[in-house]
Design a protein around this ligand. Sequence first.
Ligand code: HGY
Ligand code: MN
Ligand code: MN
Ligand code: MN
Length: 417
Amino acid sequence: MTEIRINRERLWRDLMELKEIGGYDDEATGLRGVRRLALTDEDARARRLVVSWMRQAGLKVRVDRIGNVYGERAGEEPGLPCMLMGSHIDTVATGGAFDGTLGVLGGIEVIRTLNEAGVRTRRPIEIGFFTEEEGVRFGTDMLGSAVTAGRLTLEYAHNLTDAGGATVKDELVRIGFDGDAPEIRPVPHAYIECHIEQGPILATAGVDIGIVTGVQSISWQRLTLRGEAAHAGTTPIESRADAGLAAAEVIVEIRRMCDSGEYGQLRGTVGDLRLLPGQTNVIPSEATLTVDLRNPDDTLMTAAEKHLAEHVDALSDRHRVTAAWERMARTAVIPFHEGIQDVIAETADALGLPYVRAMSGAGHDAQEIAAICPAAMVFVAGENGGISHTPREYSSPSACGNGIDVLANAILRLAGE
Ligand code: HGY
Ligand code: MN
Ligand code: MN
Ligand code: MN
């Protein structure tokens, strides 16, 4: 089979155009970043632009009740389960131009390339984007794909609120993406997501392409420590109930756990730490911190969560603070379908593209869709050590083009099965 090649200039043009919706000048890096949180006005503008590109590519567009958007290209046998591609276009607050968007705009480019080549496929092909993959606005990641896969209920998802109290449902209505298509869809034949690796593995191996073997487990919790506000000058050290000090000890313990090796390749991050009342001369009465743990081993992840809870109990006694945990997200290690991985690997071989197999350090929509059909991912190497969730995120036009060429040919093969 002669391999198809996508139009790399057109893909790059789209990536750079979409990047400017929510684009901002990032002081820390001096670069253009992207701030396009889920269901904000910026996300709404981006959604409308991507829908227009889907329609220009001849796709039939539908929006489901959690705001996931799908564009369908008809197959010769319409009753057959579709080949599904997808990812996300929402970003974190300090995002780059490629996280999620490469898989969505790349999927649209695959459709255009098939159209231009006059290629018909047995199966319908769909390209979709899922709501709130990042989880940074409404507090739990892979929201739209988790509802599609049935891990979260539509009602639970609709009622999630952001820091200002707006619900997912309110915001879907406000931006006009409260669709009526059923989110529990006909089961796809298979799903492939192309996504930047967001880490150093491919760059270290000197290859553009990764075949993703699975996704590590994710644990998101919010911990609130409550002590007592008091005067910073007059209160003796030994009689303080300092929530800020207790929080600092939690952060140091998380790093010690990661360094210890007792919990395997545990990665722990406290990304958000807020102290109240937040005044120079008042001992913090309250500390709220988010705890993001990742582990490629489920058993060690559970052990890490258990140890941390026990450690917090002990230190809260010592500091005379109370501790309250709130669960935000918890996903297990998800292996990807080996058969689909092999189709991707054979496709990369046919294109003459070297690759490595790697587990994903980041969470992805693919891990949710893997619960309903065979799913796997194609990784694309990033520069600057693959750094991501920062405006320094960058993948070259050739790496992006190679990744979407692999996606195109793997999809073409599976849509003909
Ligand atoms: O958190 C993650 O791993 C993904 O970027 N949402
Ligand atoms: Mn992503
Ligand atoms: Mn991300
Ligand atoms: Mn993802």
